[in-house]
Write a protein of this length. Structure first.
Length: 389
């Protein structure tokens, strides 16, 4: 007997998760005396949550509080603290009522997409792109519209590119800094795109999860400052180093508050209480977090100097996040096979570009540099030796 499968079964894989599994298996197979695997495949900070967050959780566990459900949109104190972040960081007043605490940014995207779009709607995004954007949309019966972007637009969509779309899409996803290229839109570019989307009736979803991790080349700005209809996604995973705590947030336009709340009530009930306690405390750990950021900056500088000497000399402008997007077409046109050989031969795990770009990804790969600084310093030498063999 043949059983029916749902549309969600058609979602493509998130290949970096397969790379993680392969790197884990390779590490487990090595003898104790062998050099370890250098983990450059995943955007997960090597350090854990800031000390203040851990202390807040310890206090909550000792308090005797039941640690139960919260409101679907999260603890009022955390929502107020996030609202203060917008005022402090961007000079933008956002009401706490517009903030929805979510189960990571990964939990935020289905809520945003389901509330804003219908089955069959077309949602544009730059390619290369973070794979779950398109994969979640596909699973929900929506159509990703991929806009091929290159170095000439810093791997970001331009207003001129959007104005040529016919018909116009129902939505647009942007990310600044973006994953995988680490490039950013200038504040003027972001504002112009946000205003254009609002005027044309195109729902903007702005992924801002790498805010706090920019390197001085382009200023950070938020779509919330330029459009009352934009949806903003952010997360505690990256700057705040809290990947496993699974906590993020949405800044929502007024018309989507109740729809998203109802979806969140049914899909998640609420974000875990302890994660919310930790997140609120983490927002006051600026000194420690800036020290962690300084470590990424040192790793970035080492790689931008060392990778070209090793043979990886075609790197996208690394404005923010903690990734280097490398054109390796002079070395291979099969990034999956190439990164597999790199793992076996050099002991370095990196992500093949096909995860981020379906047509050109065979000649790109992504290095993440948020791992241990010593590992990042070692990587160029290992790569140079491997390429000589």
């Amino acid at each position: 007997m043949s059983l029916k499968t749902g549309r969600g079964a058609e979602a493509p894989p998130f290949i970096v998760m397969d790379v993680i599994a392969a790197a884990n298996a390779r590490a487990a197979s090595l003898p104790p005396s062998a050099p370890g695997i250098l983990r450059m495949e995943v955007g997960q900070p090597a350090t854990g949550a800031p000390a203040g967050a851990v202390a807040a959780v310890e206090a909550a566990l000792r308090s005797g509080h039941p640690l139960g459900y919260t409101e679907a949109f999260g603890l009022p104190s955390l929502r107020a603290r996030i609202a203060r972040y917008y005022l402090d960081h961007y000079g933008v007043a956002v009401s706490p009522a517009r903030i929805a605490v979510t189960v990571g940014a990964s939990g935020a995207f289905p809520l945003a997409f389901l509330a804003a779009f219908d089955r069959g709607d077309r949602v544009a995004m730059a390619a290369p792109f973070y794979p779950p954007y398109a994969n979640i949309l596909t699973a929900l019966g929506m159509e990703p519209v991929l806009l091929e972007c290159g170095p000439e637009t810093r791997f970001q969509p331009s207003l001129a590119m959007l104005e040529k779309l016919d018909p116009l899409p129902d939505g647009l996803v942007i990310a600044s800094p973006c994953n995988p290229a680490g490039t950013m839109l200038t504040p003027d570019e972001l504002a112009a795109i946000a205003r254009w989307c609002h005027e044309k009736g195109v729902r903007l979803v702005s992924d801002e999860i790498y805010h706090g991790l920019s390197w001085g080349t382009v200023a950070e700005s938020t779509a919330a400052a330029s459009s009352p209809s934009a949806i903003v996604v952010n997360s505690f995973s990256k700057y705040w180093c809290m990947t496993g705590w699974r906590i993020g947030w949405l800044v929502l336009p007024e018309d989507l508050l109740r729809p998203v709340e109802c979806l969140a009530q049914n899909m998640f009930i609420s974000t875990p209480y302890l994660s919310q306690v930790a997140a609120e405390a983490a927002m006051d750990c600026g000194e420690e977090l800036e020290a962690k950021k300084a470590g990424y900056a040192r790793s970035r500088a080492l790689l931008l100097e060392g990778l070209p000497k090793a043979g990886f000399d075609r790197i996208a402008a690394a404005d923010g996040a903690f990734y280097l997007w490398c054109d390796v077409s002079h070395l291979t046109n099969d990034s999956v096979q190439f990164t597999g050989r790199m793992l076996e031969g050099a002991g370095i795990a990196a992500t093949p570009g096909v995860d981020f770009d379906r047509t050109r990804g065979g000649r790109y790969l992504r290095f993440s540099y948020c791992g241990a600084e010593a590992a990042m310093a070692e990587a160029p030498g290992r790569l140079a030796e491997w390429l000589k063999r």
